[in-house]
Design a protein around this ligand. Structure first.
Ligand code: E4P
Length: 217
């Protein structure tokens, strides 16, 4: 499963890239706002920090203006992936861009039927929001399971990009289901390293090692 960082914080992206765990980045208008930076400038810097896809989202609601915005965004770098909302105009834009060889991430997916539409429109990635789904009394992971089944039934190449990931259990469940990608805040990705028994084990080994009085090298 590929790991994307769901952030526009370039320091955090740099830190994750250094672990070798980073396969791409997703941004959205809220994350750009949080960064306090200009979308063109920050997206360009992010694209230089990873060879993987960097999702940059259009904000227009109509197809012609979405196309104009996509044209501007995709010139930022070769690894820009255009993010469009799951609407009629968004999927028209998805179809036009993907037919032209541009990577497209269809965002704000909350049903398996919506995911089916995005695959038919040639999306590179579909982004079902599991956290927001759970927050509203639905089962986010059931949604991923359903999309996996449907995509496998028909051999769709659209990659399932599990989004709105809140904690490590979302990542574990997504991996068990066979999602292609997950995007999460850097802190959630780094939390995967944590285990109390790892910490205890290191402390015990260090204590015994000190008692030997030895040094390596
Ligand atoms: C995905 O691409 C979105 O940017 C993101 O995962 C939304 O997550 P949130 O529900 O935590 O805002």
């Amino acid at each position: 499963m590929k790991f994307f960082a769901d952030t526009a914080d370039t320091d955090a992206i740099r830190e994750l890239a250094a672990t070798g765990l980073l396969d791409g980045v997703t941004t959205n208008p809220s994350l750009i706002k949080k960064s306090g930076r200009d979308i063109m400038e920050v997206t360009k810097e992010i694209c230089s920090l990873t060879d993987g896809p960097v999702s940059a989202e259009v904000v227009a609601l109509d197809h012609p203006t979405m196309m104009k915005e996509a044209e501007i965004l995709r010139k930022i770098a070769d690894n820009v992936c255009i993010k469009v909302p799951l609407t009629v105009d968004g999927l028209k834009t998805c179809k036009a861009l993907s037919s032209d060889g541009t990577q497209v991430n269809v965002t704000l997916c909350f049903s398996a039927n919506q995911a089916l539409l995005a695959a038919k429109a040639g999306a590179t990635f579909i982004s079902p929001f599991v956290g927001r789904h759970d927050d509203n009394g639905f089962d986010g992971m059931q949604l991923i399971d359903d999309i996996r089944l449907i995509y496998d039934n028909y051999g769709f190449g659209t990659e399932i990009l599990v989004a709105s990931v809140r904690h490590s259990m979302h990542i574990l469940e997504a991996a068990k289901i066979g999602a292609d990608v997950m995007t999460a805040p850097p802190a959630v990705i780094l939390s995967l390293f944590n285990h109390v028994l790892t910490d205890k084990g290191i402390a015990a080994f260090l204590k015994d090692w000190e008692a030997t009085g030895q040094n390596i090298g």
